[in-house]
Design a protein around this ligand. Structure first.
Ligand code: NAP
Length: 287
């Protein structure tokens, strides 16, 4: 069994990104800019936003975190987004989720210019992904695809089962696996006899949000197991959706938690911001 080391891969990609950014700046004067809007003071969101800012600065980007109070109105938030949509210095705009209940999340995501939607959550970007022309793609599944590439895991003709059908992980993951010529099944909470279905997978991606839910019984010997889950156990320890110890006995490759999928997500977000900057440069040249 081989552990897929997301932490090491993320560090390597982050280093390459810093080099690419320095070159871009030297050759064109362009600097990727990422603005993160944080509404309210949710402790987990604050940690995520801090990590994104740190990663953007490490890559040599221009970075700004706009912290607004939880009492901001939807109209005020839309105006703020519109301001950054129009400002050519910012190539990526990210609104940290979740948002307070009085703000309609869908309206907010729709307001972000799809060319600056580095999260890849805008319906235009989702549609492009599903129609086989991806531009901005969600970072978590994008990071998983990078892991397959790094570890030379060939997906063509493989049976892939994705457990979880969220817009941010399960659905885009399924589409990316399909694009890589895997035969894909998406499972969810209404799936019948999930362990038997999962046992057919050569590649099993688990994104459900239930600590240690997937046991050895779900895994075909030799399967590749990707654990997206981030849950806290009764002692507050970070654990995945997969019971790592027992599944590692049968899997060929497995991602640990922590140190697997998690670190890749932020790195891919930075890659997307860099790409958005390049695309903006190309668009400028066409004016
Ligand atoms: P989500 O929106 O809550 O979706 C969970 C999905 O799992 C749903 O499709 C749900 O099915 C399915 N599910 C729930 N219980 C199930 C069960 N018993 N059997 C089969 N399917 C079940 O979650 P998410 O946003 O995709 O996140 C999933 C997990 O990944 C969470 O632990 C989250 O913290 C983690 N995550 C990690 C990263 C990272 O960077 N590492 C990024 C994003 C998310 P239904 O649709 O039928 O309800």
């Amino acid at each position: 069994m081989t552990d897929i080391d997301g932490k090491a891969l993320a560090a390597k990609l982050q280093g390459q990104l810093a080099e690419k950014t320095a070159r871009l700046k030297a050759e064109t004067g362009m600097v990727p800019g990422l603005v993160v809007i944080l509404v309210g003071e949710d402790p987990a969101s604050q940690v995520y936003v801090r990590n994104k800012e740190r990663s953007a600065l490490a890559a040599g980007f221009k970075s700004e975190v706009v912290r607004v109070p939880e009492t901001i109105t939807q109209e005020e938030l839309l105006t703020l987004i519109s301001k950054y949509n129009q400002d050519a210095d910012w190539h990526g705009i990210l609104v940290q989720l979740p948002l307070p209940a009085h703000i309609n999340e869908e309206k907010i995501l729709l307001a972000i210019d799809p060319a600056k939607d580095v999260d890849g959550f805008h319906p235009t970007n989702m549609g492009k992904l599903w129609s086989g022309h991806p531009v901005m793609i969600p970072s978590t599944p994008a990071g998983i695809m990078e892991m397959f590439k790094e570890y030379k895991i060939d997906l063509a003709g493989k049976n892939a089962v994705v457990i979880g059908r969220s817009n941010i992980v399960g659905k885009p993951m399924a589409q990316m696996l399909l694009d890589a010529n895997a035969t894909v099944t998406i499972a969810h909470s209404r799936t019948k006899d999930l362990p038997a279905l999962a046992r057919q997978a050569d590649v099993l991606v688990v994104a459900i949000g239930r600590g240690h839910f997937v046991t050895k019984d779900f895994v075909k010997p030799g399967a590749v197991v990707i654990d997206v889950g981030m849950n806290r156990d009764e002692n507050g320890k970070l654990i995945g959706d997969v019971a790592y110890e027992e599944v590692a006995e049968v899997a060929s490759y497995i991602t640990p938690v922590p140190g697997g999928v998690g670190p890749m997500t932020i790195t891919m977000l930075m890659e997307q911001t860099y790409n958005a900057c390049l695309l903006a440069g190309v668009a400028d040249g066409q004016d």
